[in-house]
Design a protein around this ligand. Sequence first.
Ligand SMILES: [Zn+2]
Length: 235
Amino acid sequence: MTASAPTRATIVGAGGLGGPIALSLGAAGIELTIVDHDVVDATNLHRQIQFTAEHVGMPKATVLADAVVARGGRARGVVARWVPEDTDAHTQDADLIVDGSDNPATKFAVSDWAVANGRRCVIASALRYGGNVMGGAPGYACYRCLFEEPGEAPSCAQAGVLGPVVGAIGGVAAAIALGIAHDDRTYAGALLVFDDLRTLAEPRIVRFAARPGCAACTHAPISPYADGVRIAEGG
Ligand SMILES: [Zn+2]
């Protein structure tokens, strides 16, 4: 890890996506804050493999943080719904924020916060048999550039998601997050789309420029428009 690499990340959501994301980033030495308001539910255990039956009824954030610590990592759980108004208490010191929530409005709030505060971010969504992962960094297009409003983003109805798909998308999100944490910008300003993991098809990689008039990017401290319309590099 280079001296400039971030050592702190906030994980939003401790469920099927947040589990593999937190365990992977924690094992890589990144200090984690895991934010989730919910408790472990017996009907979700098939897609939240970081939990066991004895955790049912306990706060997801705390149990997942304990699992990271048990593997030698550093993590703390915050039992609350992540909202930007509370970030001073738990997210302000994060170099990177990773969304694995099942709430489209939260994904936009996480992306907007990252843009406004000049942080890196990864937004992950699982949808039935596939999903998508977006990488974000200061100076690149953001989640809102692509989807504009929560109604246009794919709904993340976890109830309809195949268990192994959530783990796979969470693993991809962790890999992208580790790259971005170590200043790899290959997937900054890009969306990886997995249409149906059962087919084992390669993801579609959608690279896009910052959208003129994007409500988040227009006020970004590091503008994605600075050198004209910038597009993602690499890949
Ligand atoms: Zn934007």
